[in-house]
Design a protein. Sequence first.
Length: 217
Amino acid sequence: MASDIEIANLALSNIRAGSINSFTEASIQAQQCKLKYSIVRDMVLRDAPWQFAHKIEALAVLDDELFNWAYVYQYPSDALYVNRVLLNWTEVTSNDSAISTRYYDRDLFGPNMDAQVKYEIYNIDGNRVIACNDAEVRIDYRARVTDPNLFPSSFILALGHLLAAEIAIPLVGIDVGAALREQSLQMYRGYIQSAIASDMNEQYHEPNDSEFITGRF
């Protein structure tokens, strides 16, 4: 599996710059990669619905009061992008087994609704929070993942190109670096579009009945 240094060297190779052995060595390549690697990694994680970074977890309620919202929740420390906030799971235990199943009771929402709730994100005294009017909610989000062993190859290639774009001009110079930056950005956009398409192909949601069908009964 790739390491952070190997991904950095991939980026350096994309702009024809020399490789590095560590982020702490005394070279401008290492300095630039160390400065921008984690920032760029988080940007790539945020820009597409990567399956390995997809998380759903319960939110911790806070004592804060905020405008006309009923509840204030702690924003997860590893969250980079909120997909949606959801009502809590309902636990059901089968009569035939001890296995408990988690699901959303769709009868509570009607045929054309789902478990999503309205929310807003605020900053209270330097603390990021999520406000909504529902109790015991969960967050569906894109999480910060720092272990490169978890990165799929498509993510590694995308990260290598975006990092290359960010370090091209400082390392190669404005004349050549600007062209290399644009080339890397074009490659990066292609990998992001591919990741979005792959995400859409790897999930299925049961379509709601149309108003024509539900309106007959």
